[in-house]
Structures are given as C-alpha cells and as structure tokens.
Design a protein around this ligand. Structure first.
Ligand SMILES: Nc1ncnc2c1ncn2[C@@H]1O[C@H](COP(=O)(O)OP(=O)(O)O)[C@@H](O)[C@H]1O
Ligand SMILES: C=C(OP(=O)(O)O)C(=O)O
Ligand SMILES: [K+]
Ligand SMILES: [Mg+2]
Length: 527
C-alpha cells in the first residue's frame, strides 16, 4: 500500500497522473454496498461482486418477495464461503414509499401535455390514462400545482423512462395530472414521489415489520436500512422493535435520508442512528438540483465528526446499461470519497444492470485513486479540533494510533477489539493505511445457551472506510494477557502478509489492551 500520498493542494506533476497505479490485494478503503437482484443473484455473479470489492449486500424489500430474496441470500452465503471474505447483509425497508403497479408489464407511454389520472383503486390496470397507486391518501395530501415524479423502480433519472407531472385537479380520491414530458414507463413497478409533502404513512410499516421478524431474523441481518427516515423518533421506534427480536437487538440502523423532512431533522436522526444513507435518488427529486451537493457535503461532514458511517447512493446510474461511467459520474464518485464518505451504495447498476461486477470494480478503482489525494492531514486536524479537550481515553488512543502510523509510514494498523468500537474510532481519523480490526470473540449467554460474540461486530465494521475486520479464533482466551495478544497478533500479521498488504521490514502500529492498560505500539517486522 502506498504511504506517500499525493495531495491536491500541492502541485501535482501532470505526467504523474498517467502513471499506472499499483494493484494491491486489498480493495479501496471506501466500501461498496451492492443491491442484489435479478442480475446479481447467482453464486457466480455474487462471488464476482465480492471479489471486486462488494462487502455489504442490500436486499431491498420495495421489490421482490421474501422467497426470492431468500434464494439470493442463500447464494450469498455460498459465495462468502468460497471467496473467504466477509459480506454483511442489509435489509432495506419499503416504508412510506408510494408505488404504482403495472401488473401486465406492458410499457406505458405518456404524452407531454396530456392528462393522466392517479387512482388508489388497485383493481384497475395501469394504462396511459390511469395509474393505480398503493396509497389512498394522495388526493388529501396534494393540491393543484404540486409536482409529482414517477420513475421505474430504481429509476436512473433518464427522461425517457420517468415522468414529471403537475397536479391539475383533485377529483374525490383521484388526482388528475398534466404530463410535463413524454416518457415510456417500463417494468412492473414504479416509484411515485410528490415533491415536499408529508405522506401520512408510518416509517416502519406493518409489511416491513413482518419481513424483519421473519426474513430478517432468519438471516440475522447486520443492518437495517430505514427508508424515508423523517424523525429521530423513527429510529428509536425501529430500535425498540428490533430489540425484541433475539439476535436483531444487535442489528445496526442506518437512517436513509430521502426527503426534506429527513433533511430538516438530520442532526437528531444522526444522534440516534448507527449510520446514514444519503439517498440521493429520492432526495434528488425532493431537493432542487442545485442544492444536492450542499446537503451531501454538510451531511457527510456531520457523519464524519460523529464517527458514524456515511453511505452515498446513485453514483454510476449509466453503468446499468454501459460498461463505462460518464465523466460526470466518475468524477462524482471521486468527489464522494474526497467529501469523506465511508461507502458507495449501488442500486440499479447491480440489481438489474448488465455489468454488476465491472461496475463494482470500476467504482472501487476510482475510490482507490481518490483516497490517494484525500487530504488526511487537514481532515485529521478538523476531527481532533471537533472533539476538543479533554478527550476520552479511547479517542486519544485512536487518534494517536493514526498519527503514529502516518509518522512512521506504517503499512497497516492492527486494532484489537471486541465490540468493534476501538477500530471504528481509529477509522474516524481516516488513516491512510488499512486497519486490520481483529475482533476477539467473547463468550456470552442469554440464560438459555452460551454463544460467542464477534460475528455481528466483525461484519458490521466492514462498512467503515478503511476497516478490514477479521474474526479471531474463539479458542483463544479472551483475557488480554501478553501471551494471548502475541499469538493473535501473529495470526493477524500472517493474514496481512497473505494479502500482500504487509511485507518484511514493514512497520506496523498495534492498538491493544495489556491487562488494564490500552497501548499503542510500533513494531518493525523482520523477515
Ligand atoms: N480482547 C482484547 N484484547 C486486547 N486488546 C483489546 C481487546 N479488546 C479491546 N482491546 C483494546 O483495548 C482498548 C480499549 O478498547 P475497548 O473500548 O475496551 O474495546 P472495544 O473496541 O471492544 O469496545 C483499545 O486499545 C482496544 O484496541
Ligand atoms: C437508494 C435509494 O432508494 P431506494 O432504496 O428506494 O432505491 C435512493 O433513493 O437513492
Ligand atoms: K426501499
Ligand atoms: Mg430511495
């Protein structure tokens, strides 16, 4: 791994841009979440996705039934075994999403300046004049002049398959709209979004609750992506619901911010949530286009300072049908990294795209290049200043480990952890080298049976930028004596060597507890 980083603030030799980058076994420090669906559900494709850098698989229940997703998750488990890489599972809720169903799946062509009626009568077929909706309250929520957007599920913003409407009249339960652009809606499911209004549906719907307590429990989901989080209370409510579902009391909640209501309550939501998904697809419809970047920069910064992962969606839409991203998309991915994002979430690109594996590998390469010019020094100072003094011991240990690793040009930081907290905190200071987080299992009981902790903790930290977890052998005693620490460290170093990230004579920073003392030590490897 390269430790002398380019900095954009320093003059770059133009020719250096063309120098090919060294391939390292470790993927980029920025993580990739892939939405699995029709084009990415065989063991072969999922294995390809994982090898290319996907470390979280998203199962979106806006689309497909539990049985379909179960087959996919079974294949994921096989792929994880065969690639020997961790991949976390994320369940994405439907929430108060408005959907238009097109059961016949015939394309629906809509003509500019014509009228179309939105009706809650779901017995009706979808046609060019009538679109049935899964929600009865639309006519009460909108008024003449409101803007409505309808796009294919995981729409890519393309004007030929999505349509903008203007409400002209409310007629009982129906809403009559003027079509603002000609479009042909394709597929069986469309998302409908009304700009800047409140939809009076719960954030966690009954259907979501049922899916979580069956499919979610069965598959021990690592993350819940809480769609349309609008208030901190939404997160508290979801947390309470999960707490009663056995192992899911450990599931982390990522609040998905997808409308203005969520944006307005961002600070409180961030306090309650374990991480944030900046759902630029829907948010990009709710916000004027010229404001999206501002939200992104402000929200990512707040997540960074809170030490909570920030995930960005909708980055390379055009790769759904193309092998290469547009220039704007490629630059956008790099900017997401420079802004400080932890992870990139791919939607249509992996779900129904022609090139799921190539998309992941392209995004991974762009992230790796951007990380090289990330101004770590500037970022580090901001993070330290934001914490202020006095720091907690752990915060001080974590920031010192990162500072030491950079000063001695360490190739990796090895961090011992049981809850994952110490490693995450190191990740917060955005080290320029990977962090091997060695998760030490602990024996725990629920009064009925004894189990080892660690699996959730390891999988959940994969979403943090720069953290590469490995689960230590549970046969190692958990108490941190010098002898046990040494033998576990040896395993971690062998792991790093096998992946080519650690070489002979490298310096390594190790963060661990010996007895009661937290220590940061620098070791220099021999042959
Ligand atoms: N099982 C362990 N063995 C050795 N050191 C550990 C272990 N668990 C945590 N540490 C180290 O102890 C220090 C304090 O971490 P702490 O917050 O107690 O653990 P955690 O990350 O599991 O929440 C950190 O330096 C961390 O690297
Ligand atoms: C990822 C997004 O949402 P969904 O889960 O609806 O695809 C988004 O809006 O960007
Ligand atoms: K969803
Ligand atoms: Mg969305």
């Amino acid at each position: 791994m390269q430790s002398t980083h380019l900095l954009l603030e320093e003059p770059i030799r133009m020719a250096s841009i063309l120098e090919p980058s060294k391939r390292s076994f470790f993927p980029a420090m920025t993580k990739i979440v892939g939405t699995l669906g029709p084009r990415s559900r065989s063991v072969g494709v999922i294995s390809g996705c994982i090898t290319a850098g996907m470390c979280v698989a998203r199962f979106d229940f806006s689309w497909g039934d539990a049985e379909f997703h179960q087959e996919t998750v079974e294949n994921l488990k096989v792929a994880v075994k065969s690639t020997k890489k961790l991949c976390a599972v994320m369940l994405d809720t439907v929430g108060p999403e408005l959907q238009v169903l097109n059961r016949s799946e015939h394309p629906i062509s809509l003509q500019v300046d014509s009228l179309v009626v939105l009706t809650p009568n779901q017995d009706k077929e979808a046609t060019s004049n009538l679109l049935p909706l899964n929600f009865g309250g639309l006519s009460k929520a909108v008024k003449k002049g409101d803007t409505i957007f309808i796009g294919q599920y995981l729409f890519t913003g393309s004007e030929t398959t999505s349509v903008w409407l203007e409400v002209t009249e409310v007629d009982g339960e129906d809403v009559v709209c003027l079509i603002k652009n000609s479009a042909t809606l394709a597929g069986s499911l469309y998302t409908l979004h009304v700009s800047q209004i409140r939809i009076d549906l719960p954030t966690l719907t009954d259907k979501d609750k049922e899916v979580i307590s069956t499919w979610g429990v069965q598959n021990k989901i690592d993350f819940l992506s809480l769609s349309y989080t609008r208030h901190a209370e939404d997160v508290r409510h979801a947390r309470e619901f999960l707490s009663k579902l056995g192992d899911l009391n450990q599931t982390q909640i990522f609040a998905k911010i997808e409308n203005i209501e969520g944006l307005n309550h961002f600070d409180e939501i961030l306090q309650e949530a374990d991480g944030i998904i900046l759902s630029r697809g829907n948010l990009g419809i709710d916000l004027p286009p010229e404001k999206v970047f501002l939200f992104q920069k402000a929200a990512v910064y707040k997540c960074n300072m809170a030490g909570k992962p920030a995930v960005i969606t909708r980055v390379v839409d055009s790769m759904t049908d193309n092998l290469r991203p547009t220039r704007a998309e490629a630059t956008d991915v790099a900017n997401a990294v420079l802004d400080g994002s932890d992870a990139i979430l791919l939607g249509a690109e992996t779900l129904r795209g022609l090139y799921p594996v190539e998309t992941i590998s392209t995004v991974n390469k762009i992230c790796a290049e951007a990380e090289k010019v990330f101004n770590q020094d500037f970022y580090f100072k901001k993070a330290v200043k934001h914490v202020g003094e006095p720091m907690t011991h752990l915060e001080s240990i974590a920031s010192s480990a990162v500072r030491a690793a950079i000063s001695v040009k360490a190739s990796v930081i090895v961090c011992f952890t049981s809850t994952g907290k110490a490693a995450r905190l190191i990740g917060k200071y955005r080290p320029t080298m990977p962090v091997i987080s060695v998760v030490i299992p602990r024996l725990k009981t629920n009064q009925l049976r004894w189990t080892f902790s660690g699996a959730f903790e390891a999988r959940q930290s994969v979403i943090v930028r720069g953290i590469f977890p490995m689960l230590a052998d549970p046969r190692h005693p958990a108490e941190s004596t010098n002898a046990t620490n040494e033998s576990i460290l040896k395993v971690a170093l062998d792991h790093g060597k096998a992946f080519g990230v650690i070489k002979s004579h490298d310096r390594i920073v190790v963060c661990q507890k010996v007895g009661d003392a937290s220590v940061v030590k620098i070791i220099e490897l021999e042959d």
